[in-house]
Design a protein around this ligand. Structure first.
Ligand code: SAM
Length: 195
């Protein structure tokens, strides 16, 4: 087992984070013991961030102590691993527009004290900006299944990113178009970001 980024571990095939609440699973993942510490397997078929790491992501700006604004929290599969990585000194604010997924997410927030839920539309950042007065966001992470993903990301970047902060955008190609190839969609979204 090797620590490939602070708080992220890997063996030959699998990824793990240190379980903030030993003995508790979030989505049925495997728990393993490593040198007296309990790790939770991070399923890269269920988390785009884990898939990016598995595929050789060069830098992971989400670190112990980070303040993360996470758009598209859903039931908290990936957020739970982000919460493991940032630890007690960090905080992850999870935004989702769906009350249905938020019901489950709120239960996760009650168990893990470094996660804060906000029910809001990420396309309208001005509706939740008041919660961030005086807070410096170190990382904006977005995974919303919407047609205008890059524009939503840019709007939030304008409100919340400061000099030295990072933005990570997971693009769900099939939410943008069923006809175009994933490669075409990615290059169009990257062009919007470059602009
Ligand atoms: C692909 S799922 C996110 C999965 C999650 N990031 C994970 O890895 O565990 C996309 C989520 O984005 C949310 N979403 C879609 N449009 C949104 C919007 N405009 N604002 C906030 N959340 C949105 C959906 O409700 C859904 O829960």
């Amino acid at each position: 087992m090797k620590e490939i980024f602070p708080g992220v571990f890997a063996d030959q095939t699998r990824l793990f984070t240190v379980n903030a609440i030993p003995g508790e699973r979030v989505y049925g993942e495997r728990l393993v013991e490593n040198g007296g510490v309990e790790l939770r397997q991070w399923d890269y078929y269920r988390s785009k961030l884990a898939a990016a790491i598995k595929n050789g992501l060069a830098q992971l700006p989400i670190k112990p102590g980070s303040v993360v604004l996470y758009l598209g929290a859903a039931e908290g599969t990936t957020v739970s691993h982000v919460a493991d990585i940032i630890g007690e000194e960090g905080i992850v604010i999870g935004v989702d527009v769906s009350e249905r997924v938020m019901r489950k997410f709120i239960i996760l927030c009650e168990r893990r004290q470094n996660i804060i839920p906000i029910i809001a539309d990420a396309d309208r950042p001005w509706t939740y900006k008041e919660y961030f007065t005086g807070k410096k966001i170190s990382v904006l992470y977005q995974d919303v299944s919407q047609k205008n993903q890059a524009l939503i990301f840019l709007k939030n970047a304008e409100y919340f990113l400061k000099e030295g902060s990072y933005g990570l955008l997971a693009i769900k190609a099939k939410s943008i178009s069923q006809e175009k190839t994933a490669e075409e969609i990615f290059s169009e979204e990257v062009a919007k970001l470059n602009e």
